[in-house]
Design a protein around this ligand. Structure first.
Ligand code: MLT
Length: 428
């Protein structure tokens, strides 16, 4: 007997089907609520609303669990590679050696971008934020690959769009940075693997030999794994709702890049470092700023602490914290801003004010610290987040399309003016 819930509205009882997931999550199916009751639900920010059924990522906010296709983030961060995780998220299974070799080889064949993309890039002043450039260049692929405008074309065509997305994102990201610093762009060196190829495009300068530091490349690969997907977060929900209109993969993901840019979402890692630099500039008195954070009238908020989904700890933060310690030690980084970060972390982990409010350091707190230690410019932090989240966006867009999900069209409760007559301007 299917489980149901009862809703009583205006004295009438309605039965709502109950849906249970493979991890025993429970949802009330309200697909026919408006038709049956004349009422809708209201849930600002959709915090209590499931938009879909998905087999890609499972997270448990109370227990601090995060799994990609059933594999724990701890196992994947310890043993996998970013491209292997990308394959897992997108195609549902860990690849064999041959499958990963073909996937990596297909990606290498598409790392170059059309030379005319440079004409678009040249139109952006060096003051442009790399996220805006990235979103624009990524969407420009619709112009160079017009066949991608049909999201439901052949499986081979969708695979090609997926490979192009993963192949060109690092190139677009590195070019957005070079545009910001006024340097000539570098072309991808396909003798290198994914993260090393990106780092060389990002940092190499003309007439200089650039050697990728394996410590940096390994740390970056782990960071990208940790950011690869996070179920229905803001940017992924954006990719899904744009994709639900049958928009192309490139325009759907470009929308996701723009949603990620916001300081309440992917932009938080940039805000963390800007906050730490402000504290340093103010003299580095962490106690003073901790007290400001506790004073609700101060208007100051500690960035990089707490999470809207995880109630006790962010499992990614635990992994990144160790990676941050390793990278700082291996690179011998001695940065006063990072010392301030460690002091804030120490307080947040023992101060009852932060413990009671679950304000523990989250993934953005530590990722900002690592990116800074790796020498990544602060304006590029969210670009790194976008590079990591790309496989998740692709996987979620692909799942939505394969499941033929309907166009997203939420309702509202109208609270504006009731009917009134038009008044000519000379009578107002
Ligand atoms: C993410 O990884 O997307 C962020 O933690 C935000 C979220 O999940 O809401």
């Amino acid at each position: 007997m299917a489980k149901t819930a009862e809703l009583i509205l205006d004295g009438k009882t309605y039965k709502l089907p109950v849906v249970e997931g493979t991890e025993n999550e429970v949802a009330l199916d309200i697909s026919n609520l408006l038709e049956e009751t004349g009422a809708i639900t209201l849930d600002f920010g959709y915090k209590n609303t499931g938009a879909t059924k998905s087999a890609i990522t499972f997270l448990d906010g109370d227990k601090g669990i995060l799994r990609y296709r059933g594999y724990s983030i701890e196992d994947l961060a310890a043993h996998s590679s970013f491209l292997e995780v990308a394959y897992l998220l997108i195609f549902g299974e860990l690849p064999t050696t041959d499958q990963l070799g073909k996937f990596s080889g297909d990606i290498k064949r598409h790392t170059m971008v059309h030379e005319d993309i440079k004409k678009i890039l040249d139109g952006f002043p060096s003051t442009s934020h790399p996220m805006g450039v990235l979103a624009s260049l990524f969407c420009a692929q619709t112009a160079f690959y017009p066949e991608s405008l049909d999201p439901n074309r052949s499986a081979e065509g969708v695979y090609l769009s997926i490979v192009r997305s993963l192949a060109k994102m690092p190139t677009f990201a590195a070019w957005a940075y070079k545009n910001a610093v006024g340097h000539p762009v570098n072309y991808p060196d396909n003798s290198l693997e994914y993260c090393s190829r990106f780092l060389k495009m990002l940092y190499a300068l003309p007439a200089e030999q650039y050697e990728v530091d394996p410590v940096v490349a390994d740390a970056l690969d782990k960071l990208l794994i940790l950011h690869a997907d996070h179920e229905q977060n803001c940017s992924t929900s954006t990719v899904r709702i744009v994709g639900s209109s049958k928009a192309s993969i490139y325009s759907s993901i470009s929308a996701g890049i723009n949603a990620l840019w916001g300081p309440l979402h992917g932009g938080a890692n940039q805000e963390v470092i800007l906050m730490l630099e402000a504290i340093k500039k103010d003299g580095g008195d962490t106690e003073k700023w901790i007290n400001k954070a506790k004073d609700k009238n101060s208007g100051f908020r500690l960035m990089g602490f707490g999470h809207r989904v995880y109630k006790n700890f962010d499992p990614r933060a635990k992994i990144i914290k160790k990676a941050a310690d390793d990278v700082l030690n291996k690179l011998g980084v001695n940065d006063p801003v990072l010392e301030i970060a460690m002091k804030l972390e120490e307080v947040a982990l023992r101060d009852p004010y932060f413990i009671e409010r679950k304000l523990y350091p989250n993934v953005d707190f530590y990722s900002g610290i690592i990116y800074r230690a790796l020498g990544i410019p602060v304006d590029m932090f969210t670009v790194m987040f976008a590079m990591g989240r790309l496989p998740g966006w692709i996987a979620q867009w692909k799942e939505l399309r394969e499941n033929k999900e309907p166009i997203g069209r939420p309702r509202q409760i109208y609270v504006g003016q009731q009917l009134r007559d038009y008044v000519p301007i000379n009578k107002r």
